[in-house]
Write a protein that binds this ligand. Structure first.
Ligand SMILES: CSCCC(=O)C(=O)COP(=O)(O)O
Ligand SMILES: [Mg+2]
Length: 261
């Protein structure tokens, strides 16, 4: 795959995580199973704490919104092993979260709870954030050339900071100038990219966005950003039209900084 030149106008690089900096398998085979395995215990042991109450409140608001918008919702089953109101409430939250995860929903409510649950896994050393080997050296080079580097992921800002703060390559948080999650808007909505540019303090045209998902690429492009599609093992196959339309890279090293001396 040929190298791609970074436009002279680019002053900031915006990076997706899953499928871009990090293998999809890390998210699907390590992070998500951790949530499924520990969800009920987490809710039972933190149920009375403010953070958990806020997470549950957000999830309930999300269900109300889904019902209002006629979106599909989980059907709660009658569980004979459940005795108290608290147990019943916890069971309903568990069913909702598992249902959202099975549908790979990117709701802020789900992502906030996941971020809070992963905290214990990362800080105890049970999980370490996986990063493709080209990511760190390339970001260091970009920064030496004066570029700013930001993250935009559906994972909550807290989850992003855990992944890079407790990564297989150590604490990488100094590599980034800022983090964005779905609290700024969905990744498939062009308005989110306009808001990010505003927050960074530049025009969308000054930003190059790297992602593996074409719907995100289109939204960023509609907002005016320069976009590169990242092709990594296990990422979603691109159609011929998508492969023709977008600049593709299989490694961050394929990004040439010829105009950034
Ligand atoms: C930030 S770690 C968790 C990854 C995650 O939950 C997710 O949905 C990944 O989304 P991305 O926007 O990084 O593809
Ligand atoms: Mg992605």
């Amino acid at each position: 795959m040929a190298s791609v030149s970074l436009p002279a106008r680019t002053t900031a690089v915006l990076l997706d995580i899953e499928g871009t900096t990090t293998p999809i398998t890390f998210v699907k085979d390590v992070l998500f199973p951790y949530i499924r395995e520990h969800l009920e215990d987490h809710l039972s042991s933190h149920w009375e704490e403010d953070e958990c109450k806020q997470d549950v409140h957000l999830l309930k608001k999300q269900i109300e919104e889904d019902i209002k918008q006629n979106r599909a919702c989980p059907v709660h089953t009658v569980d004979q092993t459940v005795h108290t109101d608290e147990e019943k409430a916890i069971r309903e939250v568990v069913e909702d979260v598992l249902w959202q995860m099975a549908a790979d929903r990117k709701s802020t409510a789900l992502k906030q709870l996941q971020g809070h649950m992963w905290r214990a896994a990362y800080t105890s050393g049970r999980i370490r954030g996986e990063i493709y080997p080209d990511v760190v050296p390339c970001i260091k080079t970009w920064r030496e050339h004066g570029l700013k580097v930001f993250i935009y992921s559906s994972g909550s800002v807290e989850a992003q900071k855990l992944l890079f703060g407790y990564s297989v390559e150590g604490d990488l948080l100094d590599l980034f100038d800022g983090h964005f999650d779905t609290t700024i808007g969905a990744k498939v909505d062009a308005k989110s990219y306009e808001r990010i540019a505003e927050r960074i303090g530049c025009q969308p045209e000054d930003i190059t966005f790297l992602t593996d998902v074409t719907r995100e690429a289109k939204a960023a492009e509609d907002a005016g950003m320069n976009v590169l599609l990242v092709v990594r093992p296990g990422n979603m196959e691109l159609t011929e039209e998508e492969s023709r339309h977008y600049n593709l890279i299989t490694s961050f090293c394929h990004l040439q900084l010829t105009a950034h001396t």
